[in-house]
Design a protein around this ligand. Structure first.
Ligand code: FE2
Ligand code: FE2
Length: 179
């Protein structure tokens, strides 16, 4: 059976004129917007906690002359900041409000803030946090399915980078074990 194109252009045009204050969110938006905004705010909290943890690790590693590892931490911190910004912008696009409040940040975040006692301890904690992020982004992506392709694509891009981060950290650990 041939696939039908669902709405005729007249219906789409008429619907588009209603509720123009909703901007990018049209009647055709299929996901549960409140849930998506809540999930994105949890992702935002996760990214902010990761920025803070990587920054702490960057300055501590720099202090003990572990320059190469420190640079890796700094790069990750900056990339997590980029993710936080992307997510916050998408929340606004969906008509929600990005939650940057320090209050409850750790409760909203999926990843933890662990300072780590040694350089290896820091890398291990960052790897754990990346693995948490990988699983929670995977779940969000599966939840969104085809209901919000824009949020899903954004999260897929972020997920790919968290996988790179995890791989970077695992390689660092392996070289340090060998040393
Ligand atoms: Fe991230
Ligand atoms: Fe990451």
């Amino acid at each position: 059976m041939a696939k039908e194109f669902l709405s005729d252009i007249k219906t789409i045009r008429a619907r588009a004129r209603k509720h123009i204050e909703k901007g990018a969110v049209t009647e055709g938006y299929r996901a549960d917007r409140d849930t998506v905004v809540r999930l994105l705010n949890e992702a935002l909290a996760t990214e902010i906690v990761c920025v803070l943890r990587y920054k702490r690790h960057y300055f501590m590693a720099n202090g003990i002359n572990a320059t190469a590892v420190a640079q890796e931490f700094l790069q990750h911190a900056n990339e997590e900041q980029g993710h936080a910004d992307e997510i916050a912008a998408r929340v606004v696009q969906l008509g929600g409000e990005p939650n940057f409040s320090p209050e409850g940040l750790l409760t909203r975040s999926h990843a933890e803030y662990v300072e780590g006692e040694s350089l290896v301890g820091m890398i291990k904690e960052d790897l754990v946090a990346e693995r948490i992020a990988i699983d929670s982004y995977g779940e969000m992506i599966r939840y969104l399915g085809n209901d919000d392709p824009t949020s899903r694509r954004m999260l897929e891009g972020i997920l790919a980078m968290e996988e790179e981060h995890a791989e970077d950290l695992a390689s660092l650990l392996a070289t340090m074990d060998a040393a």
